[in-house]
Design a protein around this ligand. Structure first.
Ligand code: NI
Length: 157
């Protein structure tokens, strides 16, 4: 099912999302729908509050297959930062240069609701994960961007 993506100005995008306690059947369905929605609009990442649910859940696919993270947090990063251009499905038509850690380690809850999932990421994947984890804290890339540019062609959302 394709979900409605909330746009800038919707208060849910500024909420601090709450942690998941366990992965229920409803959460599994939400994950499936979030992935479907992200692929439908050619996105590479989507946070649950972007579809109106302030839960600490993100889905990402940079073309290497889907990654689903429950309660993700960045536990380590190197000291190198890189600047790259970002956009956001919730802010169509705008991009900006954002500084991010080049390499990070993310920990989250495993899909069975137990234990701890560990993910090492660098480059684009690290960037997308930082962008999505920001969403969970009510932060948008425009808060961090050095320059905001209006795209000539509106993003299709
Ligand atoms: Ni975004």
């Amino acid at each position: 099912m394709i979900l409605r993506i909330r746009k800038q100005g919707d208060p849910v995008l500024r909420m601090r999302s709450v942690p998941l306690k366990k992965i229920t059947k409803e959460i599994s369905t939400l994950v499936k729908n979030m992935l479907e929605t992200m692929y439908e609009v050619d996105g590479i990442g989507l946070a649950a509050n972007q579809v109106g649910l302030p839960l600490r859940l993100v889905v990402v696919d940079i073309g290497e297959g889907p990654i689903v993270l429950f309660n993700p947090c960045i536990t380590e990063h190197d000291n190198e930062e890189t600047v790259g251009r970002e956009g956001c499905l919730s802010i169509p038509g705008l991009t900006g240069e954002v500084k991010r850690w080049e390499e990070i380690v993310v920990h989250g809850m495993a899909e069975n609701g137990l234990g701890c999932e560990r993910l090492e990421a660098r480059g684009l994947l690290a960037r997308v994960l930082q962008h999505e984890i920001d969403h969970l804290n009510g932060i948008l890339f425009i808060d961090k961007a050095k320059d905001i540019r209006k795209e000539q062609v509106e993003a299709e959302v």
